[in-house]
Design a protein around this ligand. Structure first.
Ligand code: MLT
Length: 312
């Protein structure tokens, strides 16, 4: 960090570059959202925002890094639904999502899609379910590690179908997508911010979206409820975090910049092509963000505990 922790003057913030920490690989869905908002936020704040990818342990390495960073606003974490699943998945998690951070605001809620390598045999979600049932010992399911959205969605699919598949973990679904397109893994569940352009280009096969409503950018895909897996419902919400002792004055500046970024027409347009939208302005607050985090920890923890899945 730039200015020696608590000694920095919040009124003068920012006086140096800000690092936005992304918990997964470059080129993947979280990275895409980070880079979309970083530019207009930087413009509003009057400081550069440098994106840093800190991969590993399903996003929890990055969480630990930012929890321990100087509380001066120069290190900001973007994280998604994984912030609410990590406490259930990691008994020895290095941070408490509610105690060790201040929330800045929610960013966007991204639908997921169930997708496969281009030559995977099943043509529809119904086909996929029966294929996976019959070939459970050979089918491979890609994800971005225990704690990733793709892992959570994959778990819901396995639970719904009643199978335990061979999971192939990556540091992010960016590299997983490369292998999916190349035919090295069979299928995965991943955010539209990573799958929409590949689906539109016909480079992968798509079965369904995991949201209650269809996704405008992907009109050919049914919802999981329509196509026979109504229990596979996930919306991948994202938020920004800073270390818990960060002065409120700095958090307010970051929240204000995030709000401006989410109203930026280029951000709105780019997100639309990626199957998502910025959250409404009333959700770009620490209060709405903390309420969402609490609600999601309460939702996912018992589901994870019942599954017996653990990240160690
Ligand atoms: C990523 O950026 O790679 C993803 O958000 C991974 C995931 O959570 O599935």
């Amino acid at each position: 960090a730039a200015c020696g922790g608590g000694d920095a003057d919040p009124a003068a913030y920012p006086e140096d570059d800000i690092t936005m920490v992304v918990p997964f690989s470059a080129g993947g869905p979280t990275d895409t959202v980070a880079r979309l908002i970083a530019e207009p936020m930087a413009e509003e704040l009057g400081a550069d925002i440098v994106v840093q990818n800190v991969e590993g342990a399903g996003g929890t390495i990055a969480g630990g890094q930012v929890a321990d960073a100087d509380a001066d606003g120069y290190e900001v974490l973007i994280h998604h639904i994984g912030m609410s699943t990590a406490p259930g998945l990691y008994p020895d998690l290095a941070y408490d999502p509610l105690e060790d951070f201040k929330t800045v605001g929610l960013v966007t809620d991204v639908p997921m899609t169930i997708v496969a390598r281009p030559d995977f045999e099943p043509e529809t979600l119904e086909d996929l379910v029966s294929y996976v049932e019959e070939n459970a010992d050979t089918v491979t399911l890609a994800n971005a590690g225990v704690g990733a959205a793709s892992q959570l969605c994959g778990l819901l699919i396995e639970q719904a179908v009643g199978v335990d598949l061979t999971e192939v973990p990556y540091d992010g679904t960016g590299p997983a997508m490369t292998d999916l397109m190349g035919g090295q893994v069979d299928f995965m569940c991943d955010q539209t911010t990573n799958t929409a352009s590949q689906l539109q280009a016909g480079k992968i096969k798509g079965y369904a979206v995991t949201t209650p409503e269809p996704v405008e950018a992907l009109p050919d895909l049914p919802t999981t409820a329509e196509a026979g897996l109504p229990d596979v419902q996930v919306g991948v919400w994202h938020g920004l975090y800073v270390p818990a002792d960060t002065p409120d004055e700095i958090v307010e500046k970051l929240t204000a910049a995030l709000e401006v970024a989410l109203e930026d027409q280029n951000v709105v347009d780019q997100m639309a092509t990626l199957g998502t939208t910025p959250v409404p302005a009333e959700d770009v607050t620490p209060e709405a963000h903390t309420a969402k985090l609490e609600e999601q920890i309460d939702l996912w923890t018992p589901i994870i505990e019942e599954s017996g899945v653990t990240g160690g």
